[in-house]
Ligand binder design. Structure first.
Ligand code: G4P
Length: 535
């Protein structure tokens, strides 16, 4: 299905079509800066410096009390919504830094496309790779913005090669930078043969018609050397580059690439305009039975992709974030909570605009709602107005940190298990059990900070102090259900077999080498880095 046919099928009536996306990047690539510029264009904020969410939390490191204070910010920045042209834009926040967690991955399941932000000097970095893999798994379109052209960076052609070599995705530059750092002169937009001129003095951007690449104005602005280079590179891209193909973009096989400088607000508007035209609207979603729910289907439906606990112990409420998949949501409507079969009324749904939040009366496919959760919701729960169906399960992702956990005071065993059960439902941690070791459990988390949060909340909310011992594993790999573990040939001294919370078989490995070793010796066995489809 092409990006445009998705658009046409999107529901909306009088509502504006939605564009729901996440920005994926490595810390410091400029996500906060870019988000801020996008919000400025959308009129959601009036001045730069208003988006403090990520930055503020960066300093939180391991001081959990500090994080608690910041909590309000992180809740409101889960999704930022603004109007741009005739579209409603929803930017999903993917926390980075210390609070990089499974939530970060899971948020991507609620997005219809992703913007991959890359620092021109650093290229493709580790956190970007991880987030990219999740996008690829979902086959969603990925748009690339290469940032910080106002500074010296890698050669643009080398950056494209890196995308292909490291990420395995083909790229199609939509514009092309001329010069870099001190010599940065601007970008040539390939779609409309327009040259956007950059100056280091923060002057208004001027456009030069570059239909004729030999235009005297262009030669004058670039100087002979850069002008010759522009001509060579544009020709090279035309001859040897991948042409734009909406179909490949829609499948996530080709990424349109834009260059710019977020801090100088250069290339951002051009990017936003093209992105809004090319990015898909709300995509159809599959149910567990393999049926497809189209955004235009009558009857509201949605799924919970994130649960955020309110860290204030005086208010034990949690917020469940729901991605609207079909129909029209209206405040107070009665829906079926499919897992329990209960009918519930969705009162007080909230949406987030820039920094504020407000009660919403209506929401459409692609929108994100925050609902106060009395403890009913779990990650992946489906809500629907008509009939009863369950959206495909959300995957569990491989944790990177593991620790053995036990309760300090065995009299608190009940509280310990209640806490573990609830925190696992929220999806902040994963729990694994080892055969013959029932007295303690193994916890897994994508980010180290989750363990500290866990320890703190177990004590504060459940009254159970826990002891944790870090384990040397770094990878969880799910086995398919038909595997006979006893027959597997692998190093059982360094790596262990466990079961996850849904009783699926998992091996915890210490190194990638150990994974390869095992695969070589057991050629028929498949290992999965997520639990996806292995229920
Ligand atoms: P993040 O959310 O991805 O972590 O990145 P953030 O926007 O906070 O940007 C990280 C650093 O990169 C910031 O500098 C920011 O000013 C800078 N930056 C962002 N975009 C650009 C760009 O287009 N060009 C250049 N040259 N720098 C850019 P900082 O020194 O860490 O913070 P600050 O003191 O400037 O706020």
């Amino acid at each position: 299905m092409s990006a445009h046919s998705i658009e046409e099928s999107s529901a909306g009536g009088s509502s504006y079509p939605r564009r729901t996306f996440a920005i994926i990047s490595h810390p410091d690539a400029g996500k906060t800066t870019l988000t801020e510029k996008l919000l400025l264009f959308g009129g959601a904020i009036r001045e730069a410096g208003a988006v403090k969410g990520n930055k503020a939390r960066r300093h939180a490191t391991s001081d959990w009390m500090e994080i608690e204070k910041q909590r309000g910010i992180s809740v409101t920045s889960t999704v930022l919504q603004f109007q741009y042209r005739d579209r409603r834009i929803n930017i999903l926040d993917t926390p980075g830094h210390e609070d990089f967690s499974e939530d970060t991955y899971r948020t991507l399941t609620a997005a219809d496309s992703a913007v991959m932000l890359i620092d021109a000097a650093k290229g493709v970095e580790p956190q970007t790779i991880k987030l990219f893999e999740v996008c690829r798994m979902r086959g969603i379109p990925i748009f690339t913005f290469i940032n910080k052209l106002d500074r010296e960076g890698k050669d643009p052609l080398a950056l494209l090669e890196e995308l292909e070599e490291v990420l395995g995705i083909r790229s199609c530059p939509m514009n092309w930078p001329i010069g870099m750092g001190q010599d940065f002169r601007g970008i040539y937009n390939r779609t409309d043969a327009r040259f956007e001129r950059f100056t280091h003095r923060n002057e208004e951007v001027t456009n030069i018609d570059a239909t004729d690449l030999d235009s005297p104005e262009l030669v004058q602005v670039l100087g002979a050397e850069l002008h010759a280079r522009l001509k060579d590179e544009v020709m090279l891209l035309d001859i040897a580059g991948d042409p734009f193909d909406a179909n490949l973009v829609a499948k996530g096989l080709l990424t349109p690439v834009f260059f710019g400088s977020a801090i100088a607000n250069f290339g951002v508007e051009t990017f936003l305009n093209e992105f809004v035209d090319l990015a898909p609207g709300p995509t159809p979603r599959r149910t567990e039975d393999g049926a497809v729910v189209e955004p235009g289907d009558a009857g509201f439906s949605g799924f919970v992709f994130k649960i955020q606990a309110n860290m204030n112990p005086a208010h034990r409420d949690r917020v469940a974030f729901i991605r609207v998949c079909s129909g029209t949501f209206s405040r107070g409507m009665n829906v079926t909570h499919v897992r329990t079969g209960k009918k519930i009324s969705l009162s007080q749904p909230q949406q987030f605009f820039g920094q504020g939040r407000e009660i919403v009366d209506e929401a459409y496919p692609g929108d994100i709602l925050g609902i106060f959760d009395p403890g009913l919701f779990r990650i992946g729960d489906t809500l629907c107005e008509r009939g009863s169906f369950q959206f495909e399960k959300l995957p569990q992702f491989s944790p990177e940190h593991f620790a053995r956990v036990s309760v300090k005071n065995t009299l608190k065993y009940k509280q310990f298990h209640k806490g573990i059960d609830q925190l696992t439902e929220e999806g902040a941690i994963q729990v694994f059990r080892q055969a013959n070791r029932t007295e303690d459990l193994i916890l897994g988390a994508v980010g180290q900070l989750q363990f500290e949060v866990f320890q703190y909340r177990m004590k504060a909310e459940y009254g159970a102090e826990v002891e944790m011992f870090t384990l040397p594993y770094s990878f969880a790999r799910w086995l398919e259900t038909n595997v006979d573990v006893e027959q597997l040939n692998f190093d059982r001294y360094s790596n262990i077999v466990v079961r996850d919370q849904d009783d699926r078989l998992v091996i915890l490995f210490q190194t990638e080498f150990a994974i390869r070793w095992m695969l070589e010796r057991n050629p028929d066995v498949k290992l999965h880095s997520t639990s996806y489809g292995l229920a």
